[in-house]
Each structure stands twice: as structure tokens, then as C-alpha cells.
Design a protein around this ligand. Structure first.
Ligand code: LMR
Length: 394
């Protein structure tokens, strides 16, 4: 039967991860996959995570099933973390899911059930896995203008020229904060406008919230999501705990839905439960129990917030150091936008040849569209990286 198959395309981010691992150069720099690295180039296990795991080993009494929605305490704490008091929680439902990708998968399947002929609008550019997940769910996709690589900023007028013309058959995928791949984000005033537009047009927001706390802080990064939740009847959110809790391989995330009232929320939730049961039955508990333990315990939560702040501040300092080093070498302000961007990534706007040049000549690995993972820059290699980028951009 397999002779009917043709080779499926690989994922460019994960392919680059493999290519980097195989490069024998010891001075190579990995700015590819979105994984946080500390000043020693390691992806650490956060201290509150270790403590929560220790506590779990000591207190866990069973490995029996949890149920389709997963860990209830996790769900409650994550809803508070994401939505705060922006909306009546009786209108919200949450299902723990395997990572941000698993959450998006569940939510896109739900969209397909609710409106099979809906169009899902993706930012241009967006995370390269968004479209494959939508394709998998059988959803039509279109793109809306988002990023101007010549200025490094959001094309705000062009964005609204599309958004304002949408209707109830449209779903808009928005990055809640820390836009991936560009690093260029909406201001609070622009989020207000987005919320107004969605309310007016009836288009459904699907918010990808994979980097909460990596931009300007936990509540600052939740501004857009909360504004939208407080303005519209219906919304979907895909939350990820991969980056902010450093739990990448535990695959922990959550699919959240907002409906116009509790009865409508129950109906939509029953469909979400049905989707999960018929795909992976129930989510695994480990990552969820870690997050629940941290969020429900004042001391562990404070420690987590402190470590999250340290990661965030380090990324901001690296941005500033890289901009300064590039400025000194190029005598231009062409890359100043890197310091304005927030989150893990910046899209440099370099052509494919320049990306290739940096890799071949200097062992600098960035995604083919010239996305760099700022957290991958070793402090003592900022100058070398600036040399490589300036040479590649020539
Ligand atoms: C990324 O964009 O690099 C991360 O979200 C990791 C992934 O799964 O692609």
C-alpha cells in the first residue's frame, strides 16, 4: 500500500536543528529552533520545576487516568494566568493538550466542525507549522499583511485593510505576544483596534499564546488576549508551557475556548472533548502537574516569575548588545529594529544567500527566512555574530 505515498515535505525548523547537530565546527552558533539557552549555551531545567517534580515524586499516589480535559488544577490556574479577570470564567472552557501545537490542532479541528468552510487567516509571515496544522484539519487558509522586512515593523494599515473587511465565516490567527517569526508586535492601542474590529466584523479570533512572559512581562504580554476576550462573544486560545516553564519535551499546553454564555460553552466543549477522545484520548499529566504545583504555591510561583524575568531580561540585553555591535561595524542603524522587537525571535529581512553565507562561512545557523533566536546568542559571541551578519548582509 505504501507505494501510493510520495515523500512529505520536512519541517524547516526541525531540519535545521539536525543540520546544526551534525556540523563539526566547535565555534558554530545555533540561532535556529525556538529553545531558550542560558549564558552557558544550556537549556536549563528551572529550579521551581525541579522542586515541583520532587514534590510530585513524594506525594503522587496513582497513575490512573485523569479524564479528557486533563489536570483540573492546571486548567483553573492557566485560565487565571491567561484570562485574568478580563471575562466571566463561566464562559471559558479549557482542555489540557500536548503543547502549543497539540492545542492548535484541537482548536482547528473544532473550527472545522463548527464551520467547515471557514477561512483561517494567517499573518504573513507566520510560524511555518500553522498552515500544515490547518491543512491537516481541512481548513482553507489565506494570509493577511503583517511584517515589513525593510523597516522591521508591523504593516499596521495594510493589516487593518484586511482585518476590517472580514466576516463571521473568517477566523484570524493572532500571535498573543512575541510574534513568531518576526519579533514585531502590536502595541496596546493596536490591540484595542483589533478587538474593536473583531467585535464589529464577527470574525473569530484564534490566539496563539506560546511565549507568555517572554516579551515585556506576564500581564503586559496578556494585554491583547485579555482585551480580545473582554470584547468578543467567542474566541479560541492555544496556550503553551514549553517556553515560559522550559518544559519543551513534556509537551504541555492548553486549548481554551470562550463562548457567548455558559450553555454555549458546554456545547462547544463537548465537541472539543469528542475531538480529543477520538485522537489521543487524554493528555499526559507530568507537565500539567508541574505547572499546577508551581502556580498554586506562592513560593514556587514567585521563584518561577523571577526566573522567567531573568530569561526575558537576558533576551532584551542580548538584543541591545547585538544592535550596538552591528552599529559599530556597519555604521548604520539598519538593524536597530532588533532592539525594539520582543520575544525569542527577530526576522532580519536578509535574502536566502545571506542566510546561507552566514551558515557556510561562519557556522551561524538561522532559519531560511532569516529568523534568529535571540536566546541562542552566547554573550561572548555577540561580536563574532555581528561580524558574520554584517559580512552576510553586504
Ligand atoms: C520554533 O518556532 O522554533 C518553536 O516553536 C519550535 C517549533 O516547534 O517549531
Amino acid at each position: 500500500m505504501f507505494e501510493t505515498l510520495t515523500k512529505a515535505p520536512g519541517d524547516k525548523i526541525l531540519a535545521l536543528m539536525g543540520e546544526f547537530a551534525e556540523d563539526p565546527r566547535t565555534d558554530k552558533i545555533d540561532l535556529g529552533v525556538g529553545v531558550y539557552k542560558d549564558e552557558n549555551g544550556k537549556t536549563p531545567i528551572l529550579n521551581p520545576v525541579r522542586k515541583a517534580e520532587q514534590r510530585m515524586i513524594e506525594t503522587e499516589t496513582t497513575k490512573s487516568y485523569l479524564g479528557i480535559a486533563g489536570n483540573k488544577g492546571f486548567g483553573k490556574s492557566v485560565l487565571q494566568l491567561v484570562a485574568g479577570d478580563s471575562v466571566d470564567h463561566a464562559r471559558l472552557r479549557i482542555a489540557q493538550a500536548p503543547g502549543g501545537t497539540g492545542s492548535l490542532w484541537v482548536l482547528m479541528q473544532l473550527i472545522k466542525r463548527a464551520r467547515p468552510d471557514a477561512t483561517l487567516w494567517l499573518s504573513d509571515p507566520t510560524w511555518p507549522n500553522h498552515k500544515p496544522i490547518a491543512d491537516n484539519a481541512g481548513l482553507k487558509t489565506e494570509t493577511y499583511p503583517y511584517f515589513d522586512p525593510t523597516t522591521g515593523k508591523v504593516k499596521i494599515d495594510e493589516l487593518f485593510s484586511v482585518l476590517d473587511g472580514l466576516g463571521p465565516n473568517d477566523v484570524v490567527l493572532l500571535h498573543g505576544c512575541c510574534h513568531n517569526p518576526t519579533g514585531a508586535n502590536l502595541t496596546n492601542a493596536e490591540w484595542d483596534r483589533v478587538a474593536d474590529s473583531l467585535k464589529r466584523t464577527g470574525a473569530l479570533p484564534l490566539i496563539d499564546l506560546a511565549y507568555l512572559g517572554f516579551g515585556d512581562g506576564l500581564s503586559a504580554d496578556a494585554y491583547g488576549t485579555r482585551k480580545v476576550l473582554s470584547s468578543v462573544d467567542e474566541a479560541l486560545i492555544a496556550f503553551s508551557g514549553s517556553k515560559n516553564f522550559g518544559l519543551y519535551r513534556e509537551r504541555i499546553g492548553a486549548a481554551i475556548l470562550l463562548a457567548k454564555d455558559p450553555d454555549a460553552a458546554d456545547i462547544a466543549n463537548s465537541q472539543m472533548m469528542n475531538i480529543i477522545r477520538s485522537s489521543y484520548s487524554q493528555p499526559p499529566d507530568h507537565g500539567a502537574e508541574i505547572i499546577r504545583t508551581i502556580l498554586e504555591d506562592d513560593a514556587l510561583r514567585a521563584e518561577w516569575e523571577t526566573e522567567l524575568e531573568a530569561m526575558r531580561n537576558r533576551m532584551i540585553s542580548l538584543r541591545e548588545a547585538l544592535v550596538e555591535a552591528i552599529r559599530q561595524r556597519s555604521n548604520t542603524h539598519d538593524f536597530d529594529f532588533i532592539a525594539e522587537h520582543r520575544g525569542m525571535f527577530s526576522l532580519l529581512g536578509l535574502p536566502a544567500e545571506a542566510v546561507d553565507h552566514a551558515k557556510v562561512e561562519n557556522g551561524v545557523y538561522m532559519i531560511g527566512d532569516s529568523r534568529i533566536n535571540v536566546a541562542g546568542i552566547p554573550e561572548n559571541r555577540v561580536d563574532a555574530l555581528a561580524d558574520a551578519l554584517v559580512a552576510a548582509a553586504r
